[in-house]
Design a protein around this ligand. Structure first.
Ligand SMILES: [Zn+2]
Length: 157
């Protein structure tokens, strides 16, 4: 499903708008994300920091978890915004979570002027661990001992 420029810009703008709700008193680095589902619903997210630091959650995962927990697991696109004069690049944890729900939907890494680069989850996380790998393992596991299943899983790749 391809998106025209107006739709892409609108989604990026939604991600920028979501930065307003970032809770980032420690980093002072607001991030916004906007996730467009296949049925046209948009879920936004912002980073939510914590005094423990380690419990901080990124904007991208906030948006995805909001969508999943309201029954939306198929996505048309994700847009990400920051105030950096560089592409809003997701962290490794978010790349893994994006890949869980598809390898090929567009992810727009934007700049404040709404320019963007388009990537996909598998481009952002090459050779990433995906749900299909677990399914393959479980299929192998039915025919082999657990140990052999692990061995097959490794050598098949
Ligand atoms: Zn992240």
């Amino acid at each position: 499903m391809s998106m025209d420029e107006a739709k892409i810009t609108a989604l990026i703008q939604r991600s920028r708008d979501a930065m307003e709700f970032a809770y980032c008193p420690y980093s002072k680095f607001p991030v916004g994300a906007a996730l467009l589902t296949t049925d046209g619903t948009v879920f936004t997210g912002s980073n939510v920091e914590n005094a423990s630091y380690g419990l901080t959650v990124c904007a991208e995962r906030t948006a995805i978890w909001k969508a999943v927990t309201e029954g939306h697991k198929r996505y048309q696109a994700l847009a990400i915004s920051t105030n950096m004069d560089d592409w809003a690049s997701p962290c490794g944890a978010c790349r893994q979570v994006m890949l869980e729900f598809g390898k090929d939907y567009p992810v727009y890494l934007s700049k404040p002027d709404l320019s963007y680069v388009k990537m996909t989850p598998i481009e952002l996380l090459p050779l990433g661990f995906s749900p299909e790998m677990l399914h393959e393992f479980q299929e192998n596991d039915n025919e082999n001992s657990n140990e052999n299943g692990i061995e097959n899983h490794k050598t098949d790749k």
